[in-house]
Design a protein around this ligand. Structure first.
Ligand code: ZN
Length: 122
């Protein structure tokens, strides 16, 4: 009898821990502000820039095309581009982990990532 109760208690504790962990993971993914903007061209990471430093640079994408990429106030966005659709320019500025700006014609992806460390407040 007692043995069965202990087993049930253990199952309950493990289930609660798993739930807490899952909730923590979701919060971390959806609410964590990012630390770096990673620039990928044709699936290859070509550069990463810290979000806490304001920059304005021209990213050279495939075929000599250019996207003017800006980090300002911890947010990253494409200020201008010579792609035909300009969808990357119209996209909202990104600053949270997992958010992306995509320029399909240039095979350019700007992806926000976290540090994975504890020194983000420094
Ligand atoms: Zn574009």
């Amino acid at each position: 009898m007692d043995k069965k109760r202990i087993v049930n208690d253990i199952i309950l504790v493990v289930a609660l821990l798993a739930l807490a962990l899952a909730a923590w993971g979701v919060i971390r993914i959806t609410h964590k502000s990012g630390d770096y903007a990673v620039v990928e061209i044709a699936g290859e990471e070509t550069a990463r820039y810290p979000l806490n430093e304001d920059i304005r640079i021209d990213i050279e994408a495939e075929g000599g095309h250019v996207n003017t990429f800006v980090i300002s106030d911890g947010k990253a966005y494409v200020e201008s581009a010579d792609c035909p659709d300009k969808l990357c320019v119209k996209q909202h500025a990104v600053s949270r982990v997992g958010e992306t700006i995509i320029c399909l014609p240039h095979k350019l992806v700007i992806r926000i990532v976290g540090e994975g460390g504890v020194d983000t407040a420094l």
